[in-house]
Design a protein around this ligand. Sequence first.
Ligand code: FEO
Length: 394
Amino acid sequence: MQARKVKDDIYWVGAIDWDRRLFDELIPLPDGTSYNAYLVKGSKKTALIDTVDPTMEHVLTRRLDALGVENIDYIVANHAEQDHSGALPRVLEKFPAAKVVTTPKGKGMLMDLLLIPEEKFIAVDDKETLSLGNKTLEFIHAPWVHWPETMLTYLREDRILFPCDFFGSHLATSDLYATDEARVYEAAKRYYAEIMMPFRKIIEKNLQKLEGYEIELIAPSHGPIYRRPEFILEAYRDWVFGPPKNIVVLPYISMHGSTQKMVEHFVEALMEKGVGVNQFNLAATDIGELAMSLVDAATLVVGTPTVLTGAHPNVVYAAYLANALRPKLQFASIIGSYGWGGKMVDQIVGMLSNLKVEVLEPVIVKGFPKDGDFESLDRLAATIAEKHKEHNLT
Ligand code: FEO
């Protein structure tokens, strides 16, 4: 196993996890992932930036051995989550003189999570620097991308940003660089939707903080390196501050066909009025696809039958997810059916409390939809089209 050269004295020494299909036992990884670690050799000191998931610590140590690394002075822990920090104990065992460089919060978290003794740490302030001789590391505190302790590391002389999770993508690939930008865009958008979107407001500040830095390479700790940093910075600006788009996201479930019939009619009505639709049957949806569609959409409409007086549990899950991810949604509504009663509208509206949405008149029908119900769906579609137009959404 070889290290891969990024620039003179800078090497990728990470691990590619081709087979992983789930993260946090929650997030689907259709394309696997990678845990990128980087070795920076200065004229006087050597630093390792991030480690790898503990399941792949042998891959990291073999790459370091292949490079003939006999000493590491600093291990920079940009983020305490175990997919980057989990191999720290093994690396400290191999290089016992190394110090772990992290934020004050990161130090506390790594002591708690990995039981690393306090004397192993150097806690760094925002904008603090560390000299490796002819290379200088600058640490940029960037909380909440996506834990409270996170920081980014900037290598001044080479103008490389090591942002750990920020700008990353869950993508297992042999490409060291993001050469297939269309593929990386999808993976990075999925990553943003699932991991970063709940912290949109803070990410806006972190993006502004980076404006003063000249960046030639962005080397994240998941997915390929960006040789064209503007590609991912521009994508993030669009996802974070761009206006929502003229799109309805429609997650739904149908048990006996009534809600299905309503969804089919409603989607056609929206399309006829020029509104884009992303329809997801929650019986078979990858939640990552749903999260991605929420990045841009202006409106969420959930479709559900009534189960035990409430919404179908899969729809409850989708509403919980939409609320937790805090997308840019501006409008929401509910369509669905019931047999003899229920409180699913109150239930779903109550679950969207994080979202600053205007709730549009729901369409809930008894039994199978009839002519008047289809007219109600047409009115809801027309209202959505008008609202999007009033807000100049394209
Ligand atoms: Fe890739 Fe938040 O860990």
